[in-house]
Design a protein around this ligand. Structure first.
Ligand SMILES: NC(=O)c1ccc[n+]([C@@H]2O[C@H](COP(=O)([O-])OP(=O)(O)OC[C@H]3O[C@@H](n4cnc5c(N)ncnc54)[C@H](OP(=O)(O)O)[C@@H]3O)[C@@H](O)[C@H]2O)c1
Length: 235
């Protein structure tokens, strides 16, 4: 008898890297793929595109900045499937490209809400169910732009938010210690999506590969790291 599928939630799953991660997990098999989408119709359209390719996924309305909706979404997953094993914290925004010296604090707060606070909120709600299941994989979709060791000028607010998300990864992984829950950050690289733009050097297939790999790590896989092209990179 084959084991029950692992239940995987991907935030921002209606397009770009989130949708491609859903496609890769559905292709792999053994996963019930749930595409979180703040616009239900866009999520349904994304599911329909996967269905045309013979792949199965579900949608769930999920604005990651709405605490009541996040709580309801986790409740709905438990109602539908009785478990949550994989959380891909993919939803993210990049609102400005300029200098930190000119960054409006309100804009900074908005970026932090989506790129850091929301990821932590989802993890806080997911972890107890993962602990109950004795299995968990949390992937925070970060960026090499958030790498402290190579931090340069420009795109300041986005970089600071992704560096903070990496700190969430490291601290959460440390708190979870030797539990069966693995928490890692993924860098997709500069990828051709609405955010990355048409000139980006990588396809969504390449960009989502490390995300999917971290989401499906074996029990002896790593935790508390930052990965690009499946290789550990320095923070
Ligand atoms: N593309 C790159 O070059 C690149 C490089 C490094 C890291 N990343 C990271 O990869 C992740 C995915 O980026 P992408 O390139 O696929 O970008 P994208 O095409 O702009 O997609 C972003 C996704 O996030 C969703 N989202 C934004 N705010 C949300 C909210 N409040 N609640 C729920 N969903 C929300 C969007 O939903 P809507 O459709 O409703 O707006 C969309 O599904 C992001 O975290 C990004 O920072 C991207």
């Amino acid at each position: 008898m084959s084991p029950s599928p692992k239940v995987a939630l991907i935030s921002g799953g209606n397009r770009g890297l989130g949708l491609e991660t859903g496609r890769q997990l559905a292709t792999l098999g053994g996963y019930t793929v749930i595409l979180g989408s703040r616009d239900q119709a866009l999520g349904d359209a994304a599911c329909a595109r996967l269905a045309q390719a013979g792949l199965t996924a579900e949608t769930l309305q999920l604005d990651v900045t709405d605490p009541a909706m996040v709580q309801a979404a986790i409740g709905e997953i438990l109602h539908r499937h009785g478990a949550l094993h994989v959380l891909v914290n993919n939803a993210g925004i990049r609102l400005e490209m300029g200098s930190l010296l000119d960054t409006d604090p309100a804009l900074m707060r908005e970026m932090f809400e989506v790129n850091v606070v929301a990821q932590l909120r989802l993890a806080q709600l997911a972890v107890p169910h993962m602990q109950r299941a004795g299995y968990g994989r949390i992937v925070n979709v970060s960026s090499l732009l958030g790498q402290m060791s190579t931090m340069g000028a420009g795109q300041g607010a986005y970089k600071v938010s992704k560096a903070s998300l990496n700190a969430v990864t490291a601290a959460l992984a440390a708190e979870l210690g030797l539990s069966p829950i693995k928490v890692n950050s993924a860098s997709p690289g500069w990828t051709r999506t609405d955010m990355g733009g048409a000139s980006a050097t990588r396809s969504v297939t390449q960009g989502a590969d490390t995300i999917s790999w971290l989401a499906t790590l074996p029990d002896d896989g790593p935790t508390g790291g930052f990965y690009h092209d499946r290789k550990l990179v320095v923070w």
